[in-house]
Design a protein. Structure first.
Length: 268
């Protein structure tokens, strides 16, 4: 069930504040992106395959770097995000790299996207830190099914729900693996700058893998590939060590699932 409080408004405020910090961070490296760097990782690229001359919907796209990277790879893309600050930045980036004819962006929450977008797509994509902001996976999966063309694919990579069981420093198991309630927290800083002075209220939810997969299969989508990884491709957690561009929680190297990825197919 969705919380009585207006979680969308609170989370939009949070992500507007974060976006202002993120676009100037070394983590996102906007100058490198403008120069041609592709921030997409092998985990998701291996599942997306050749996207040239396809249509792609990117849900919860933040300020559009991954979306625009897919446009650079030849896809015609639409990015969706709750944050109007992020969408403004995405449009500005698209203009800077002259991809406005190949990429468009829509500011809305995931659940209301069918009211804002009329197209159907060859691929729906989402990645890293997405569904934890959504209370209802059945509604989420219905949106994905709605936008996929028959024969299309849904590709997702995200942080493993086991990661979200721990406290911020991975010292204790603090949260349930299962979705028992909304996690309402007063946050400060952000993963690109933990010392930044932004403060806001956040609403998030833990979703076990079984709930994620079953919500999608209940829509008639067929699981084709499912993978788990013992590392994060991003250095966005505390207490990490790096080995060859992969980030592990110190003391748990090779023991903790940190990312999962899958690919679903919509039958013809």
């Amino acid at each position: 069930m969705e919380p009585k409080n207006d979680y969308l408004t609170a989370n939009k405020v949070l992500w507007n504040k974060r976006t202002d910090i993120h676009v100037n961070s070394a983590f996102y490296d906007v100058p490198g992106f403008l120069a041609g760097n592709n921030p997409l990782k092998e985990i998701e690229l291996s599942l997306l395959g050749d996207v040239a001359n396809t249509t792609l919907l990117h849900l919860q796209c933040h300020f559009g770097q991954d979306t625009l990277s897919l446009a650079r790879m030849g896809a015609r893309v639409t990015g969706v995000d709750l944050s109007d600050t992020a969408i403004a930045q995405a449009n500005a980036l698209a203009a800077q790299i002259q991809l406005t004819s190949q990429a468009s962006f829509v500011c809305c929450d995931v659940y209301s996207a069918p009211a804002h977008i009329n197209d159907r797509f060859d691929t729906v994509f989402t990645s890293y830190g997405t569904i934890g902001w959504l209370p209802d996976l059945d509604k989420w999966a219905a949106v994905i099914e709605h936008f996929l063309k028959p024969g299309g694919h849904f590709v997702m990579a995200d942080f493993h729900p086991v990661v979200w069981m721990f406290d911020d420093y991975f010292k204790t198991v603090f949260y349930s693996y299962f979705n028992t309630e909304a996690l309402v927290e007063e946050t400060s800083g952000t993963y690109t700058d933990r010392n930044s002075n932004i403060k806001s209220t956040s609403y998030s939810w833990n979703h076990p893998l079984s709930d994620i997969i079953m919500a999608l299969t209940a829509q008639g989508l067929q699981l084709q590939v499912f993978r788990e990884f013992d590392y994060s491709p991003y250095n966005c957690f505390n207490n990490t060590i790096e080995k060859n561009g992969r980030f592990y929680i110190q003391g748990m190297e090779g023991k903790l699932p940190m990312v999962y990825a899958f690919k679903f197919f919509k039958p013809l």
